[in-house]
Design a protein around this ligand. Structure first.
Ligand code: GCO
Ligand code: MG
Length: 412
């Protein structure tokens, strides 16, 4: 089963997506997601200029060997661009292998360990009333677990909160469709940790009072706090029994979470910007986290993320795979197959893509009463409509960034 062709397809239906399509000599095709929000074209070049020439003529069935070859032969290993590129090849080869076997991918990964995947959505609001409405709107869509992000009094704009216009247009059902600014330079937002630390516990107190003790609630701090600030937040949120507190400290500093752990039993999740098992080494071995946030798309594909999750399982740490709209339907499908098969699945992040995206990527996964299932088509169950994809050329887009009141650049 030799690889005949490998194409890198860039399309921007609602936002930019980078997809690798591999075709074998006997006509089987496989897709892999290589979308790296705001830095998409770096991955396109890595794939087109450096990886595609290595793929032509290789045996498509040798997935582990191809993974090791791409990782080790580059010499310059790790990093988001390299690992997203390897991930795209890896998922496309798993898609082909599963199609060749006539099975949905999760069967090749060991078969289903559960009937469906619990997913969480993103509620947000500028006031507690808006947050309540947004939570209710998610519940009406079936969501059984909900991430809550709140505007902070005194700050103009903040990660995870819809702009006024988007909020009105969508009645709080989703925040800005994706945070990257299309066709513009990075948006500057403001930040003040003390105001945030004062405000957030009051929001969770109000949400618990309104919705009761059962609803699983999550919160994303997006890497903006120092270890002691994060410990303070984790401790102050304890009475509201969060499912998790995500990215409470800068991702580069694994030791930071020791301090948070010493002060709180709020479950911790981290890893959406990690890309190898080495980023988790200390976190897993010392049991400093409860959930692994990596996406298949950014962590070397099914082959590598499965190893990370199996390592995590030995320490009772579960999956909580990244699933915002900047993971394409191809990346989401891969995550669902992996999540269905592994034993230590925790939860899946799931934001619905826009209508144009759903026309470009024909998908077979299902969303039923708050649970995802990848479907039973052979492969990963996603096909790219090339004609539709061709209608939407790449649009330059950047993620926002933060400045403190005195002008200092801060984590966003
Ligand atoms: C999440 C993430 C995303 C990221 C985005 C950046 O928890 O879903 O924090 O919203 O900000 O993926 O591209
Ligand atoms: Mg996050």
């Amino acid at each position: 089963m030799k690889i005949r062709q490998a194409e890198v397809i860039v399309t921007s239906p609602d936002r930019n997506f980078v997809t690798l399509k591999i075709t074998t000599e006997d006509g089987l095709t496989g897709l892999g997601d290589a979308t790296l929000n705001g830095r998409e074209l770096a991955v396109v070049s890595y794939l087109r200029d450096h990886v595609v020439p290595l793929l032509i003529g290789r045996d498509a069935s040798r997935i582990e060997d191809t993974w090791q070859f791409l990782y080790r032969s580059a010499y310059w290993r790790r990093g988001p661009v390299t690992m997203a590129s390897i991930a795209a090849v890896d998922v496309a080869l798993w898609d082909i292998k599963a199609k060749a076997a006539g099975m949905p991918l999760y069967q090749l990964l060991g078969g289903a360990s559960r009937t469906g995947l619990l997913a969480y959505g993103h509620a947000s609001g500028r006031t507690n009333e808006e947050i309540f409405d947004s939570i209710r709107a998610h519940q009406e869509q079936g969501y059984k677990a909900i991430r809550v992000q709140a505007a902070v009094p005194g700050l103009k704009s903040i990660y995870g909160i819809a702009s006024n216009a988007t909020f009105e247009a969508n009645k709080g059902v989703r925040y800005d469709h994706e945070p990257a600014q299309r066709g513009a330079l990075p948006n500057e937002e403001d930040w003040d940790t003390h105001s945030y630390l004062r405000h957030i516990p009051t929001v969770f107190e109000a949400v618990r009072n309104e919705f009761g003790p059962e609803l699983p609630l999550l919160h994303d701090a997006h890497h903006r706090m120092t270890p002691i600030q994060a410990a303070k937040l984790a401790k102050s949120l304890e009475p509201y029994d969060l499912f998790w507190l995500e990215d409470c400290t800068p991702a580069e500093n694994q030791e930071a979470l020791r301090l948070v752990r010493q002060h709180s039993v709020t479950p911790l999740a981290i890893g959406e910007i990690f890309n190898t098992i080495w980023d988790y080494q200390l976190l897993i071995r010392e049991q400093l986290i409860d959930y692994v946030r990596s996406a298949v798309t950014h962590t070397g594909g099914i082959t590598h993320l499965k190893k990370v999750l199996e390592y995590a399982a030995q320490y009772q740490i579960k999956s909580g795979m990244h699933g915002p709209t900047d993971i394409s339907p191809v990346g989401m499908a891969a995550a669902m197959h992996l999540g269905l098969a592994i034993h230590n699945f925790g939860i899946q992040e799931y934001m619905k893509h826009g209508a144009r995206t759903d026309e470009v990527f024909e998908q077979s996964f299902t969303w039923n009463d708050g649970m995802l299932h990848p479907g039973d088509q052979p492969g990963i169950g996603v096909e790219l409509n090339v004609d539709e994809a061709g209608k939407y050329p790449y649009v330059q887009a950047y993620l926002p960034y933060n400045r403190l009141a005195d002008g200092t650049v801060h984590d966003w």
